[in-house]
Design a binder for this molecule. Structure first.
Ligand SMILES: NC(=O)c1ccc[n+]([C@@H]2O[C@H](COP(=O)([O-])OP(=O)(O)OC[C@H]3O[C@@H](n4cnc5c(N)ncnc54)[C@H](OP(=O)(O)O)[C@@H]3O)[C@@H](O)[C@H]2O)c1
Length: 257
């Protein structure tokens, strides 16, 4: 059975992805900072599905954290068949007032760790001519986000990197999927201090389970880009034909408190 490494499995979409993979009989390596939540999930999933779950407590904002995780799975002799780069967070507020340490950590988690994990686990997948990577991007990949400028700028990177990498590795039998959720009920809006933004308080949020199920299915099918929800798919399509300056103005209205 396939083993999946899922970052950010202590909450929201990542937690649901872990449950879905476990329900199919797959083993797991789950990574996040909150060890209590990861340990609870391990106990629950091992009991319910008779699988093995390895917990790795790691702060992915620390440079080279991905390498430490890789060394741990290597030393345990665990082969990673599915790499799911899900960990990420946002931050609400105008850039002139926002905190650099938080933003720099965000870039490290959302971009650098995700890229380094891919760099580390890909050679094994290529050698085996098999493997799947899923990177969690966002509908923010298609639209700049005033008042969440840095977060929204991290996601076009994830989309672009995933699409390009998928093209490079498909000849080895490996697929890379970029999952693009819209606003989703999870710990995200609280962490980002965006609870009161129109996006999270006035729109109907998708459930983390629905997004995870959609993404997991797309990953198994080897889809390059998976945009969750019809309205989000429409948005991603329509923005190609609307002047960029207008897109940014509308985006501001949607995100603003
Ligand atoms: N919710 C949305 O509206 C939405 C929309 C589009 C895209 N997304 C993306 O979906 C992904 C999952 O987010 P979510 O909505 O499920 O939010 P969430 O419930 O807040 O979960 C985020 C996960 O990332 C982990 N994480 C955050 N910082 C970390 C760090 N420094 N080191 C290790 N792990 C860290 C958290 O674990 P710990 O706190 O335990 O470390 C948690 O497990 C993110 O990439 C997010 O950008 C979310």
């Amino acid at each position: 059975m396939k083993t999946a490494l899922i970052t950010g499995a202590s909450s929201g979409i990542g937690l649901e992805l872990a449950k879905i993979h476990a329900s199919r009989g797959g083993n797991l390596v789950i990574v996040a900072r909150n060890k209590v939540k990861l340990d609870e999930l391990k106990v629950q999933l091992e009991k319910e599905f008779g699988i093995n779950v390895v917990v790795i407590e790691k702060d992915l904002a620390i440079p080279n954290a991905a390498h430490e995780v890789f060394e741990e799975t290597e030393s345990l002799g665990i082969q990673i068949d599915y790499l799911i780069n899900n960990a990420g967070f946002g931050l609400y507020g105008k850039f002139e007032h926002s905190d650099w340490v938080q933003e720099s950590n965000m870039i490290q988690v959302n971009i650098t760790a995700l890229t380094q994990f891919s760099k580390l686990y890909l050679p094994g997948m290529i050698a085996r001519k098999s493997g799947k990577i899923m990177n969690v991007a966002s509908t923010a990949a298609f639209v700049p986000g005033p008042t969440m400028a840095v977060y929204c700028a991290t996601k076009p990177y994830v989309l672009s990197f995933s699409e390009a990498l998928n093209n490079e590795v498909s000849s080895h039998g490996i697929t890379v999927t970029a999952l693009c959720p819209g606003a989703t009920a999870s710990g995200f809006s609280k962490t980002a201090q965006a609870d009161k933004s129109a996006l999270f308080s006035k729109t109907k949020l998708a459930s983390s389970y629905d997004v995870a199920k959609f993404g997991y299915t797309a990953m198994l099918k080897g889809k390059q880009v998976a945009i969750h929800g019809f309205m989000n798919q429409l948005l991603a399509f329509m923005v190609r034909f609307i002047p960029r300056s207008l897109v940014v103005k509308v985006s501001r209205k949607v995100i603003d408190k």
